[in-house]
Design a binder for this molecule. Structure first.
Ligand code: GLN
Length: 544
């Protein structure tokens, strides 16, 4: 039977609870304990798929096609596992399932209530993931902060679990924040005390408190939290802000969190080995030559919208002993006169995914710029649509070619709705989602990058390359290096007249890991680092 670690947040949101959860997973995995992870999101959407990136940040897609919270990306990258739809549970899913059962008559005669019906449904989701994953430990992160109205049923459910599966099989970790007062130069513990009180009020006594802070946490502060919040002294774990998120597992381990968790849950102790992780952090912190990459997007004000893209670029840069210097370029700014200067120092241009017409012309300009100036280009999903639109406009000498998403009546719909999408009316969960196979054409940039002939990549889109234009663009120099195995769908495009202008219909960023960067990102940075641009230095002879 699996054991459970429940992680709640206190005081404020955005203090890195997801990274803490991912790091706990890393620490356990380093002791050969098998883990799975689940994120509980208290909002009423069934999934984040229909939310704006400004509301939610990136939508992370699992291999089985679930649209999920971006924290799942951190869990996958840190623990190096592949999660499924069961790892993201929202209030929307819980309520629609309970109401569906009520309509079917499953509760005939009964009054449906938050306790026990809603909490029962939530607990079913915990157990389902435990059974499916067969993990020794399931870590469950409760989204939001303690005290939020919509989080109450989740907290009540995790409280009940203590009696359902036994005290010795459940651990409660509370992640809080210690604010710093400049006038008195001290960290304050009162908000933490209040949030622990709030937890206790509903019957949860945390076993461990992880204290996030922008400043070092003194022994006195630890003693105080231990006393007022009634946790053991060694169970108050300081987590000051660090330079890189990948440092967090090392910090938590140094503070004894791994030993504590193993001890409290009575897990069989095995020797832990975080040496590879330590090596990774050492390399990240080394002073490295930068590689300048321009990310041209429409949501750049909120960098979380491109979380996995940024991480995948970092992994690839590190592989080449470079540090990533990411230039965030708003695609609408490129539409202005002289916008091109924003790309002057870029050694590579990446256009990630997105929806809707706003900023598209700026992205097309970036693609023209990359093609004309032979700057390496990587297009992801929308970035492939943009590359196809740009090349078609160039070949046909017309500004007419477009995607039917942005200009439905264009006479050159080079990107069009997938045939199976034409009849789809609902917007939630109806895109082409999750893993699909892609056959690679020998000799293409993509085949060279992967070194394989068949790969599986994750998708999230409604629109696709329109086959009516395949021959025209091929004859002008576009290479379709990746196709669906039946040859019907174009999955990747590249230009034979350009050093490295490559785009894909899928989202390779979701499959990158710090220790093994994704092949497309790896080769993109590999070519970019050798590209000489304004203000960029040629590589030093010793660097690789
Ligand atoms: N808007 C495009 C589509 O729906 C691209 C989606 C994306 O970039 N993920 O096909």
């Amino acid at each position: 039977m699996s054991k459970y670690i429940f992680v709640t947040g206190g005081v404020v949101s955005s203090v890195g609870k997801g990274i803490t959860v991912a790091s706990i997973g890393t620490i356990l995995k380093s002791r050969q304990v098998t883990v799975s992870v689940q994120k509980l999101d208290p909002y009423l959407n069934v999934d984040p798929g229909t939310m704006s990136p400004y509301q939610h940040g990136e939508v992370f897609v699992t291999q089985d096609g679930a649209e999920t919270d971006l924290d799942l990306g951190n869990y996958e990258r840190f623990i190096d596992i592949e999660l499924t739809a069961e790892s993201n549970v929202t209030s929307g899913q819980i309520y629609s399932s309970v109401i569906g059962k009520e309509r079917r008559g499953d509760f005939l005669g009964g009054t449906i209530q938050v306790v026990p019906h809603v909490t029962g449904e939530i607990k079913e989701r915990f157990k389902k993931l435990a059974q499916k994953s067969e993990a020794e430990v399931v870590i469950i992160e409760v989204g939001g902060t303690v005290g939020d109205i919509e989080g109450q049923p989740f907290l009540e459910a995790i409280r009940q679990m203590r009696n359902d599966v036994g005290r010795e099989n459940v651990l409660y970790i509370h992640v809080t924040f210690l604010p710093y007062l400049t006038s008195t130069k001290e960290l304050k513990t009162k908000p933490t005390q209040h949030s622990v009180n709030e937890l206790r009020r509903i019957g949860i006594q945390p076993d461990i408190i992880v204290c996030r802070s922008d400043y070092p946490i003194s022994e006195g502060i630890r003693d105080k939290i231990s006393l007022f919040c009634d946790v053991q002294r060694q169970a108050v774990i300081p987590l000051p802000t660090v330079d890189t998120i990948y440092e967090v597992p090392m910090l938590l381990e140094e503070e004894g969190l791994g030993q504590l968790v193993v001890g409290k849950l009575g897990l069989k102790t095995r020797k832990n080995d975080l040496s590879q992780w330590g090596e990774l952090v050492r390399r990240i912190k080394e002073p490295l030559e930068p590689v300048n990459i321009a990310l041209v997007g429409k949501y750049v004000e909120l960098q979380d919208a491109y979380f996995s893209v940024r991480e995948a670029l970092c992994h690839a840069a590190l592989y080449h002993n470079r540090c990533l210097n990411l230039l965030w370029v708003h695609s609408e700014d490129l539409e202005k006169d002289g916008g091109d200067t924003l790309l002057g120092s870029a050694q590579g241009i990446i256009i990630p995914g997105g929806f809707g017409i706003r900023g598209i012309e700026g992205m097309v300009k970036a693609a023209t710029y990359a093609r004309n100036n032979r700057v390496p280009y990587l297009g992801l999903c929308l970035g492939m649509h943009v590359m196809v639109i740009e090349f078609a406009r160039y070949v046909l000498k017309s500004s007419e070619p477009n995607s039917a998403e942005f200009y439905p009546s264009t006479s050159y719909p080079v990107i069009d709705l997938l045939p199976e999408q034409k009849a789809v009316k609902g917007k939630g969960g109806t895109m082409r989602l999750g893993n699909y196979p892609c056959q690679l054409v020998p000799g293409s940039h993509v085949a060279n990058a992967y070194g394989e002939s068949l790969v599986y990549e994750r998708h999230r889109h409604r629109y696709e390359f329109n086959n009516q234009f395949r021959t025209l663009l091929k004859e002008a120099g576009m290479v379709y290096g990746g196709l669906s195995p039946d040859g019907k769908l174009v999955e990747t495009c590249e230009l034979n007249s350009h050093p490295w202008m490559v785009s894909c219909q899928f989202h390779p960023e979701f499959n990158s890991r710090p220790s093994h960067p994704h092949p497309l990102f790896r080769n993109f940075i590999g070519v970019a680092k050798e590209t000489l641009r304004e203000g960029a230095q040629p590589s030093l002879p010793l660097s690789t």
